[in-house]
Write a protein that binds this ligand. Structure first.
Ligand code: MN
Length: 231
């Protein structure tokens, strides 16, 4: 049956060392999942339940090779947030944490690019974060490494440099809510589906980038990314 209008393009991500690609369904993002970042955002880093927001699949950018993203409109404060990305391979509802990791297809390095001025203006008015977080091409993500190849990392250095200068440096063992716990909470509210991505939150050191800047993100054991902001 023909579509009534032009159908959207399926976004896909590279899988390290393989020809098949990962089809992107939804992108869930965890807010304030590192205590030091929660503090720099003016929040109490106590272990309150994790909260989530979303980006559209159209936010995903294949960053398996160096890539440029445009500087988005309507912002003067585009921030980088380096994050561990979880790729869901098997869906499910009400997944218990002890069983959660078998739903994971693999892991990648990603950037939750944020129009911070718009996000904070919305937050301070009690409005949704969409314009601050959910814009096109706001989630560059590197090649996915399969859990069946590398296991499930729970301690690994996570870093971001801009033009070679350190900006963010932490370890994924500092996550307030683990990957398994995030899957358990999310799947209690909405059934997870194959192709879903979970961006697990960023450590401290978020800051602005401008046109021409080059961001290099890495998590030990995963494929690093190089993302520039187009001039
Ligand atoms: Mn984030």
């Amino acid at each position: 049956m023909p579509h009534a209008v032009t159908a959207p393009t399926l976004r896909t991500l590279a899988v390290a060392g393989r020809d098949e690609r990962f089809p992107v369904n939804r992108i869930f993002c965890v807010g304030r999942n590192y205590a030091a970042h929660a503090r720099e955002m003016g929040a109490d880093p106590d272990r309150e339940p994790p909260f989530f927001f979303m980006k559209p699949a159209q936010a995903a950018v294949d960053a398996s090779a160096p890539v440029a993203i445009p500087y988005p409109p309507k912002t003067a404060k585009l921030h980088h947030e380096i994050e561990l990305v979880v790729a869901i391979g098997e869906g499910g509802a009400d997944i218990v944490a002890a069983d959660a990791l078998r739903h994971v297809y693999g892991y990648a390095v990603g950037l939750d690019m944020t129009r911070r001025d718009l996000q904070l203006a919305a937050r301070d008015k009690g409005r949704p974060w969409e314009f601050g977080k959910s814009f096109a091409l706001s989630a560059p993500i590197g090649a996915i490494r399969r859990a069946q190849d590398i296991g499930h990392p729970n301690s690994a250095a996570i870093t971001l440099t801009v033009n070679g200068q350190p900006r963010q440096a932490s370890n994924i063992d500092q996550l307030i809510w683990s990957v398994a716990e995030c899957i358990a909470v999310l799947s209690a509210y909405d059934a997870l589906e194959p192709g879903d991505l979970i961006m697990t939150g960023t450590p401290e050191g978020v800051n602005a980038v401008v046109a021409g800047d080059v961001m290099a993100g890495a998590i030990a054991g995963l494929s690093g990314i190089t993302v520039s902001v187009a001039r």
